[in-house]
Ligand binder design. Structure first.
Ligand code: 1QQ
Length: 386
C-alpha cells in the first residue's frame, strides 16, 4: 500500500467517523497558482507567490473558510506561454483545483486563459494588464488595473510636473503586455497633443540598448515613454543615464516594482509609474499588509505582492458566499458567480470588479475598477507625486 493510498484510507475513516457522529467535515480548498518563479519574469513571480502565501496563512489561521483550509498548489510557469498552458492543464485536470490565480504575464495569460474558460474554471490574473485579457470570457477575472486605465493618468501627471512637450517612445515589440502598453501610450500621446521625436523597439532578452538610446538622445526629448518588463527596463534606465539621457522616464506596470532599484539604483530616479498601491499609503489595511509581509519575508512588499494578497482575500470573500457541493464543476461555477459580487477595501484601496467586453462588445470577463496613484522614483524609492 503506498502512502497516498494510506492517507486516503485514513481520510475515509475520519470521514466515516465524523459522519457517524454527525459532525461537519472539514475539507481542503485547493487553489492553483501559476506564477513565473524562474526566468526573466521571476522577480514579479516571487513577489506574487509571497503575497498569496501571506493572505492564505492569515485566512487559515483565522479558521479558514467556514472551517475549511485553503491549500495552495503552486506551479512555476517560467514566464513562458507554452509552460503556462501546461501548468493550467495540470492544475485543472490533474490537481483538480477549484480555481487558478495567474499566470504572471499577459503574454502567457492570452495563451492559458482560453483553457480555463473552456473548462469553466476561474482564471484570475493579479498582474496582467494588457488589453483584451478579460475579453477571453466570463470565467476570466483580474484585479490588476489595465494599462489602458493607468497610462493616460501617468502621462498626464508627468506632463503637469515636468513640463513635457515632446517624448521619445521605447517599447518591447514581442510581448503582449509591452505591445499593449505601447498602443495605450500612443493613444494618450495623441490625445494630449505631444510630439514624438522617435519610436524605438527592442526584444525580450536584449541586453544592449545603446543603438536605440543613441537615436533617442539625438532627438532631445523632454521625456522617454517606456513600455518594458523589468528584465529589459531596468538596464535600459542604467544605459540611458550612462549615455547622458537625464530626462524623466514614464513607465507602465512592468516598471512598477521596487526591484527596479536593485538593478538601476539611483539611475531609476525620475521614473514615473502608476498603480492603485503605494508603499506610502497609510490605510489600516495597507499598514497591516506591509507589517505582516515584512514579518514573514523580511523584505518590503511591492505592488505585485499587494495585488496577489488582495486577490486571495477577494476570493476568500467569494468562497464564504459559495455553497460547496461534492460536484467540482458546480463548485467552480458557483465560485465564479460569487466572485462577480465581491468588493472590498484592501491593501490596494477600494476594490470592485467592472464588466469587460469581448471583441464584439458582448459582456465577457471582469476587470479591476480602481484609481491609480502616480509615483516618481527619487533616491531609490517611489514617492507619491501629489
Ligand atoms: C503584464 C504585466 C507585467 C508587468 C506583469 C508582471 O503587467 O504582463 O500584463
Amino acid at each position: 500500500m503506498n502512502t497516498s493510498h494510506k492517507a486516503l484510507s485514513r481520510t475515509l475513516l475520519a470521514a466515516a467517523l465524523a459522519g457517524a457522529a454527525g459532525l461537519a467535515q472539514a475539507a481542503d480548498i485547493k487553489i492553483g497558482i501559476a506564477a513565473a518563479l524562474s526566468g526573466g519574469a521571476a522577480q514579479y513571480g516571487a513577489s506574487i507567490r509571497n503575497g498569496f502565501q501571506t493572505a492564505a496563512d492569515e485566512i487559515n489561521a483565522k479558521g479558514g473558510i467556514n472551517g475549511d483550509k485553503i491549500v495552495l498548489v503552486i506551479e512555476d510557469e517560467q514566464g513562458k506561454k507554452e509552460e503556462a498552458i501546461n501548468v493550467f492543464k495540470k492544475l485543472i485536470f490533474q490537481d483538480k483545483v477549484l480555481m487558478i490565480f495567474g499566470p504572471t504575464l499577459s503574454n502567457s495569460a492570452q495563451a492559458a486563459f482560453p483553457i480555463a474558460q473552456g473548462a469553466k474554471i476561474v482564471g484570475f490574473g493579479t498582474s496582467t494588464t494588457a488589453d483584451g485579457i478579460t475579453a477571453i470570457g466570463d470565467y476570466i477575472f483580474r484585479n490588476s488595473v489595465t494599462e489602458a486605465d493607468v497610462l493616460p493618468v501617468t502621462l498626464q501627471t508627468a506632463i503637469a510636473k515636468a513640463g513635457i512637450k515632446k517624448v521619445a517612445v521605447l517599447y518591447g515589440s514581442d510581448d503582449v503586455f509591452t505591445k499593449s502598453g505601447y498602443d495605450n501610450f500612443k493613444k494618450a500621446i495623441e490625445a494630449l497633443n505631444l510630439s514624438v521625436t522617435t519610436t524605438e523597439t527592442f526584444a525580450k532578452g536584449d541586453v544592449d540598448f545603446k543603438a536605440q538610446l543613441t537615436k533617442i538622445k539625438a532627438g532631445n526629448p523632454d521625456a522617454v515613454v517606456l513600455s518594458a518588463l523589468l528584465a529589459e527596463g531596468a538596464p535600459i534606465m542604467v544605459q540611458a543615464r550612462q549615455l547622458g539621457i537625464d530626462v524623466p522616464f514614464i513607465g507602465g506596470n512592468g516598471m512598477n516594482s521596487v526591484k527596479v532599484f536593485d538593478i538601476a539604483k539611483e539611475k531609476a530616479d525620475g521614473l514615473y509609474v502608476g498603480s492603485p498601491w503605494s508603499a506610502s499609503s497609510a490605510t489600516p489595511e495597507n499598514t497591516h499588509f506591509i507589517d505582516t509581509y515584512k514579518a514573514r519575508f523580511n523584505a518590503m512588499p511591492d505592488q505585485f505582492a499587494a495585488q496577489s494578497y488582495d486577490a486571495m482575500n477577494i476570493v476568500a470573500q467569494a468562497l464564504k458566499n459559495t455553497k460547496m457541493t461534492d460536484n467540482l464543476a458546480a463548485d467552480r461555477t458557483a465560485l465564479r458567480d460569487a466572485l462577480t459580487q465581491v468588493s472590498q477595501k484592501g491593501a490596494t484601496g477600494d476594490f470592485a470588479f467592472r464588466r469587460a467586453e469581448d471583441k464584439r462588445g458582448k459582456p465577457a470577463g471582469y476587470d479591476a475598477q480602481q484609481t491609480p496613484i502616480i509615483s516618481i522614483a527619487q533616491d531609490g524609492k517611489f514617492v507619491i507625486t501629489q
